[in-house]
Design a protein around this ligand. Structure first.
Ligand code: PHE
Length: 344
């Protein structure tokens, strides 16, 4: 019996040695594993064995079956990797020694730098979820259903009727992909009590057609401070410090009146960095900000008489593009190593 098993494994090895494609592999499989196949006939020998012999014999036959199966699996892997090479039109030479050490993506690098700068000012990182509800993304941020600013965000909606664990819907609207990181303001305030000082970098989604300055998936960084007696002066000082740390001391910031439903008053932040040759002397819009609207505090159960705060948000790609002189946002996502290697 022992001999039968050993010779069957040898036979399988020999037969598979002649096989070079899937059809050949199927034929070999039929020889060994079909109803009348060679492996099955080994098992048939079992019925003739005495009851003392049976357990030992059964184990041997099983081991033999497993050995043959693994020879077949190995052959299949061989065939698959040969197919992959053929499909790539022989463009791949697996024997070439490719350097394996990667680098940190420029967006992750700049994100890390941002976190480090705000860390110096006592901010900690808070994260939210990418799948959101209209309530977190809009309603709680003082943008009810009828608010026109909701349209301008042009959200991605997930299939109606979908239920996701841990994200309650609050409304019948269903789930969306978050269109800004301001949702993390709401999530953090609901989970924690003031004072708060958080920074939240993360992915955001809008139904934009990709071009040199738009991408349907991009990154924002949100900041929120809630404390007593917070003023616009605190906000201005913090953002000024941030941009100076990032772009150098000669960079200037200015606030322009603007509107966001969740801050009052609201501002656009422009910055100017004449020492960065390519940017010239012009003001460039880089962030939105303002002091927290009392209605937002009411949505999360904070007392607006007692607490004050400010919030800001900016696009990470935009800042990275200004910093490195990149003129097409799509370069960040194309995984072209000629681009990425410059930041490694
Ligand atoms: N969420 C705003 C946007 O995406 C930016 C912003 C954040 C503005 C915080 C004010 C305060 O455009």
């Amino acid at each position: 019996m022992e001999d039968n098993c050993t010779s069957l494994v040898a036979e399988a090895r020999e037969m598979l040695g002649q096989v070079s494609d899937r059809a050949g592999l199927e034929n070999a499989k039929a020889v060994f594993f079909s109803a009348n196949g060679k492996v099955r006939s080994l098992f048939k020998l079992l019925s003739a064995a005495s009851s003392e012999e049976k357990p030992v014999l059964g184990q041997k036959i099983n081991q033999c079956k497993i050995a043959i199966e693994s020879l077949f699996a190995e052959k299949l892997r061989d065939i698959e990797s040969r197919e992959i090479c053929q499909n790539l039109g022989e463009k791949v030479d697996p024997s070439i020694d490719v350097p394996t050490s990667g680098g940190v993506h420029p967006l992750s690098q700049i994100q890390e730098t941002m976190v480090e700068i705000f860390h110096k000012l006592g901010f900690t990182v808070a994260l939210g979820t990418e799948i959101e509800t209209g309530w977190f993304c809009y309603d709680a941020l003082n943008m009810p259903d009828s608010h026109p600013a909701r349209d301008s965000h042009d959200s991605f909606f997930l299939s109606p009727g979908l239920q996701i664990e841990n994200i309650s819907q609050h409304s019948s609207e269903g789930y969306i992909l978050r269109s800004h990181t301001s949702t993390v303001q709401v999530r953090t305030m609901l989970a924690e009590q003031p004072p708060l000082r958080i920074l939240s970098p993360g992915r955001t989604f809008r139904r934009d057609t990709p071009d040199a300055t738009h991408s349907p998936i991009f990154h924002q960084c949100e900041g929120l401070v809630v404390d007593k007696n917070i003023s616009v002066a605190d906000l201005k000082a913090v953002l000024d410090f941030f941009f100076k740390e990032l772009f150098g001391n000669r960079c200037e910031t200015r606030f322009r009146p603007s509107f966001f439903p969740f801050t009052e008053p609201s501002f656009e932040v422009d910055f100017r960095a004449p020492h960065l040759g390519k940017l010239g002397n012009s003001w460039i819009e880089v962030a939105g900000c303002g002091t927290v609207d009392p209605n937002v505090f009411i949505s999360v159960g904070y007392d607006p008489e007692q607490w004050s705060g400010y919030a800001f948000g900016f696009g990470i790609e935009r800042i990275a593009m200004l910093m490195y002189g990149i003129d097409d946002i799509r370069l960040f996502y194309q995984n072209d190593t000629r681009f990425l290697r410059q930041f490694a």
